[in-house]
Write a new protein. Sequence first.
Length: 171
Amino acid sequence: MKSGPGDDVFMSTAQSAGLENPDCSPGQQSYNACKREGERGRVKSILVVDDEESLVEFVGALLEDAGYGVERAYDGRSALEIARTKQPDLIIADIMMPVMDGLELYREVRASAATRHIPFIFVTAGRMPNHLPADVVTIRKPFDLETLERAVAQLLERGSDNHRLPPACLN
């Protein structure tokens, strides 16, 4: 599997087999862009937060190539401001970050009625905290890109029930 920047590592089985998506209009920009559109044709947005700038840029580029809209932040406080103003469909956050860690970001997002519905994927290279929130998916770094794609797709397909997913730890 390819995993460099710009490679289409998020290609679906239907796309790789050359099957067309019947929901896409003939002028649709790409299969993935059509596939990633949510309700009323709106492209799903993802906020990627990590203090490792290269990881944010790499994951962000892969998600954009897959047809998602991506916002980027490099600490929890900046991510919180983006979450409040842009209300993304999903947040992918490191747990250990400066200024505000991922767990505090999670608590702040959940404390607001306007953002509490946003699902979280935590990624971490360190030890998993003893008391992770029950409604998040956790992925250990380094992670397999297929694992990340699967978690993103699963959370975004659940619509407004995203925050009610059973807990999962991948990798």
